[in-house]
Design a protein around this ligand. Sequence first.
Ligand code: PA5
Length: 446
Amino acid sequence: MAITLDSHYANGFVREHELAALQPQITTAHEMLHQGTGLGNDFLGWLTLPTDYDKEEFARIKAAAARIKDDTDVFIVIGIGGSYLGARAAIEFLKSPLYNNKKKDTPDIYFAGNSISSTALAELLELCEGRRVSVNVISKSGTTTEPAIAFRVFRDYLEKTVGAEEAKRRIYVTTDKARGALKGLADEKGYETFVVPDDVGGRFSVLTAVGLLPIAVAGCDLDALMNGAAAAQRELCDPNLENNDCYRYAALRNLLLRKGRAVELMVSYEPCYALMAEWWKQLYGESEGKDGKGLFPASVIFSTDLHSLGQFVQDGSNILFETVVMIDKAQREMVIEHDPANVDGLNFLAGKTMADINHSAFEGTILAHTDGQTPNLVLHVPSACEEELGYLIYFFEKACAISGYLLGVNPFDQPGVEAYKKNMFALLGKPGYEAEKARLEQRLGR
Ligand code: PA5
């Protein structure tokens, strides 16, 4: 078990001596992180989380998941940003993007409160009709508008359909241990609660109750997930770039940025990775995009998007590099059969597995894109199982922290997220925002 980085397709774009020149900065970033002396050092709980987590709560998460599997047809997970992406990504990666459509002995899982779309919410409510519903509302701050609206709607739905007492049993709250409106509500109503630790920020929280309860409800093995993350915690702490692919990845993406590659395009050849890329985009976008700095994280699934964005990557302006996450072993295998008629001319593929063909697509694409002046990094993930996922999550979190320190930003805050909220509250007439409302309305020409 281990994620390995193959950087040789980037050799024409960054040289080994340039990487070596970054070693002192990497060593400094490593020390800042491990000694807790860097920016945002009150949010470093994720660094030791795989080994240092609340075992009593971990057992309670498993017990709640077993109960939910038993008494629930539809499990609604309410949250936004770091309070939903990790759980959804893990479930799609480990189970399938088609999880809800599969035959299974676990509940369907839907995600709500990650937009303000009444259409999306109304559709979800319709899906719940006549089925046994449980809800997990997740918000570290306990005050985020999108999940708060969805929770108000689902709480009301449950209380009306099964009564207040049964609704209380079917609502699980994941939030701060003491602060926030959600915590107040949970205490008042007597909901079972799980804690987002103070020192773990939203986008670093997938290995807390935030991610673990929904992931367990989907039938995934939490012990294996944590074991994988613990292996990464153990193995990825050598500051020497030659021995640490996690730090090497952080260094290479910074070098490429310094050479004008401001967009990092994450590529996978497996559709089950699409939501993992969304999780990664939030992790890197929110951690690094500040103070006028940062790489813009984008993602594609190949070969699907070779038929849409492939042209740009091959031949368009040289603003990006690719990071391919290659899952080396397919979860399911199919062989192309020989067809005596061969009308489609595909017999040259007969006897090959689709994984072989997918791999040739990867090799052909990486050579073509490198010829087209797009540097490529390749991260090899042995398979899509819990251990590897735990390892991968920790790998990306740690690389993100090191990369953020290399950039000279605080990777653990998100001041920019407040701007739209302030405007939205003012425009909606939230008490306390009166002066701002007048100013904004004038700008909107009202
Ligand atoms: O990473 C973060 O901190 C954010 O993306 C949050 O997860 C997101 O804004 C949701 O916040 P909360 O969990 O407080 O509702």
